[in-house]
Design a protein around this ligand. Structure first.
Ligand SMILES: Nc1ncnc2c1ncn2[C@@H]1O[C@H](COP(=O)(O)OP(=O)(O)OP(=O)(O)O)[C@@H](O)[C@H]1O
Ligand SMILES: [Mg+2]
Length: 370
């Protein structure tokens, strides 16, 4: 049985247009309503930041800091099977500090796997229709939980890869220093490739059944993991030496897990180019549900779900997503929407639910908890 996991209190300061916001979420469903630009996604961003130390929409964390201020902070009280903890993330223009119950954690990865969260936002449509990098990121989020040391090897791998490429660009394929960088690339790259393939196995094993549950069952789906490298370190090193001239010409490494692809096929054809818009949306939802399942199983706790912008009838699958998720998971869920009418249930009758209304970055109404 997976542990229950809940945000019980949240305080966000100086993050985008949220000057000072405090929330007491309900254990199950939290509906955040507001017009465009009022700060709904920023609340989810705050939750994601304090859980993962990252943003799901910005590469540079400094962009989260409220204009005119020097730092942003998120403090969260989380309970896991009834046991409380405090997680805290502070951002400065060039710094990120995290604290777990007031102490510096042993590692950032250790901190970022304490409170698993899964986001589903409109940008996720790219998962099916876009390039391979989005699908690699999904595998990496799963890998972080399925194989933490392997996922950790990624940074060492990428660092060595950049150094090797610099040498190739400046001194060519015969440069002496290449061997040392390639040794690191082969060791870390093989370890990271193993984590990726473990994550891909987990996703591959579940995606079919999940997709069949939400889409027309006769629609055949196939997931194929195509590794760009290998988990055999000595083969990896041999390949790197072989590829030196080609990598010099191309200005980038041709071999390695940074070239992994997760192929998705519907009825024998690539989903990216052949699936209809509606099928792509359903496949995206199935991928997110699968991410949730894999992380829950590996972490042994129900990840918190952040559903951004469940908004319009142009987007019936996202409304279906909420329904599906609420029916099939025990996760705490945060939904943002411009349309309160999508969630008409009266909060007073459901103690597990809270409704929040945001305007200009401030809470103007909060219902659902006595
Ligand atoms: N660093 C920043 N400092 C101050 N304000 C910011 C910063 N970054 C973004 N904003 C503003 O914060 C506001 C809230 O943005 P957010 O994306 O959270 O809105 P939203 O409620 O999700 O809107 P939508 O319904 O359009 O998705 C926007 O008006 C945006 O311009
Ligand atoms: Mg938004």
């Amino acid at each position: 049985m997976a542990a229950s996991l809940r945000f019980e209190r949240l305080a966000i300061r100086g993050l985008r247009n949220l000057t000072a916001l405090e929330l007491e979420p309900a254990p199950r469903l939290n509906v955040i309503v507001g017009d465009n630009g009022q700060g709904k996604t920023s609340v989810l961003e705050g939750l994601y930041l304090v859980a993962t130390t990252k943003s799901f929409r910005a590469e540079r964390l400094a962009t989260l800091i409220q204009a005119g201020t020097e730092r942003a902070s998120v403090v969260a009280h989380v309970s896991e099977d009834g046991l409380g903890r405090e997680q805290r993330t502070l951002l400065g223009p060039r710094s990120r500090v995290v604290r777990l119950d007031g102490k510096a954690p042993k590692s950032l990865a250790g901190y970022a796997t304490r409170t698993p969260v899964v986001v589903f936002s409109p940008a996720d449509l790219e998962l099916v229709s876009g390039g391979a990098s989005g699908r690699r990121r999904l595998l990496d989020r799963v890998a972080l939980f399925v194989d933490p040391p392997g996922a950790d090897a990624r940074l060492r791998y990428e660092h060595a890869m950049r150094s090797r490429q610099r040498v190739l660009d400046e001194r060519g394929p015969a440069a002496r220093e290449l061997a040392a960088f390639e040794a690191v690339m082969a060791e870390a790259g093989a370890r990271f490739a193993l984590a990726r393939s473990r994550a891909a196995d987990g996703v591959g094993a579940r995606l079919g059944a999940t997709f069949a549950r939400i889409a027309a069952p006769e629609l055949g789906i196939r997931v194929g993991y195509v590794p760009g490298g290998t988990s055999d370190a000595s083969l990896f090193e041999t390949k790197l030496v072989e590829q030196r001239p080609a990598d010099t010409r191309r200005g980038a490494a041709n071999f390695g897990p940074h070239r992994d692809e997760l192929e998705l096929e519907l009825d024998g054809r690539p989903a990216r180019s052949h699936a209809s818009q509606g099928q792509q949306r359903l496949l995206t939802l199935a991928l997110k549900l699968t991410e949730l399942d894999c992380i829950r199983e590996a972490r042994g706790a129900h990840p918190v779900l952040l559903l951004d912008d469940v908004s319009s009838e142009l987007d019936p699958e996202r409304t279906l997503a909420v329904h599906e998720l609420l029916m099939t998971t025990e996760s705490q869920v945060f939904v943002t929407t411009t349309r309160a009418d999508l969630f008409p249930e009266r909060p007073a009758e459901s103690p597990d639910r809270a409704d929040f209304r945001l305007s200009g970055g401030a809470l103007v109404q909060s219902l659902g908890r006595a």
